[in-house]
Design a protein around this ligand. Structure first.
Ligand code: C2E
Ligand code: MG
Ligand code: MG
Ligand code: MG
Length: 291
């Protein structure tokens, strides 16, 4: 009876695995079609300097405008895109959309630094560097306003490759950030060999700072390390005033999160930024006249 049970479990596992891979294959085909039909768009989430309550940049986040299922977040498709070659085309597309929007903003007098996520599959693909430079060229977006975000685990998986691909981009003026910092297991020795300017502290630590000492200590340690090694830091996933206050007290001024704004399309971003300027201008004035 035991053996039958074992076999049955195994049988069901196979069915499950089978339908999972079916699901992947279907999704992959759908993603390809979505590329052709131009269904990918980008949203922007502001980064705020909390000392002066000003927008200092935005992160670009891909969305799939699915004809039936509506707007989809990358969590539901980026892994499949990364496992196939699609991520290269998708990545190029996102970068192009971002640079075009960045250029359009520049033309209205708004100089907005943009941070675009890139995956290891994109970075290690020959020609990545050239394509990035070509897209900047084609769109007229200045390299100095572009940052590329690479996750910590990815950076650790191939520090040599990352450094090599990054060199000409750095020379052009592009900067790099380590995304989701704290979730990998990077050694400081390795980190120092990478050409990063900024750490983005992972949301999982930020969400704990108000309630648990462990998260507080981790965040404080990251901030102290960043300071002494002269890195910039961004806190991601800031949702409450308490979290913001803790970060400010510990020297982390740049924050990104739902407390300020969710990722949004470019036209919403314009309206939001204007309202944010007015609001923080008004509260600065109120502060000044109270003094
Ligand atoms: P990420 O780069 O760490 O981006 C931050 C994610 O946290 C975004 O999710 C954002 O919407 C979410 N977030 C921001 N603030 C808050 C907050 O206060 N609370 C909570 N709960 N969440 C917050 P999103 O847009 O779903 O993206 C998920 C991940 O997908 C990104 O994580 C990034 O790794 C990847 N991704 C997004 N766009 C691209 C892209 O164009 N290319 C590549 N390769 N990966 C991308
Ligand atoms: Mg990111
Ligand atoms: Mg992140
Ligand atoms: Mg993340």
């Amino acid at each position: 009876a035991k053996r039958t049970g074992g076999n049955r479990a195994c049988f069901y596992n196979e069915i499950e695995r089978d339908s999972r891979s079916h699901e992947r294959i279907r999704l992959e085909a759908e993603l390809k079609r979505a590329m052709l039909r131009d269904e990918f768009t980008i949203h922007f989430q502001p980064k705020i300097d909390c000392r002066v309550m000003k927008v200092v940049g935005a992160e670009v986040l891909v969305r799939w405008d699915h004809p039936e299922r509506g707007l989809l977040s990358p969590g539901s498709f980026i892994d499949v895109a990364e496992e196939s070659d699609l991520i290269t085309r998708l990545g190029d597309r996102v970068l192009e959309l971002a640079c075009r929007q960045g250029r359009a903003w520049l033309d209205t007098g708004l100089s907005m630094p943009l941070a675009v996520n890139v995956s290891i599959r994109q970075l290690e693909k020959p020609g990545f560097t050239k394509r990035v430079l070509d897209i900047l060229d084609m769109t007229g977006f200045p390299a100095g306003l572009l940052q590329l975000e690479v996750t910590e685990t990815v950076a650790m998986a191939g520090p040599e490759r990352v450094s090599e691909a990054a060199r000409p981009l750095l020379e052009a003026g592009i900067t790099f950030a380590i995304d989701d910092f704290g979730t990998g297991y990077s050694s400081l020795a390795l980190l120092q060999r990478l050409p990063f300017e900024t750490f983005k502290i992972d949301r999982s630590f930020i969400s704990g700072v108000a309630s648990d000492q462990h998260s507080r200590s981790i965040v404080q340690t990251i901030l102290a390390m960043a300071k002494s090694l002269d890195y910039k830091v961004v806190a991601e996933g800031v949702e409450t005033l308490e979290q913001q206050a803790f970060l400010m007290e510990n020297g982390c001024a740049i924050a990104q999160g739902f407390l300020f704004a969710r990722p949004m399309p470019a036209d919403h971003f314009d309206a939001w930024a204007k309202a944010f300027r007015d609001r923080s201008g008004a509260s600065r004035q109120a502060g000044a006249s109270a003094r």
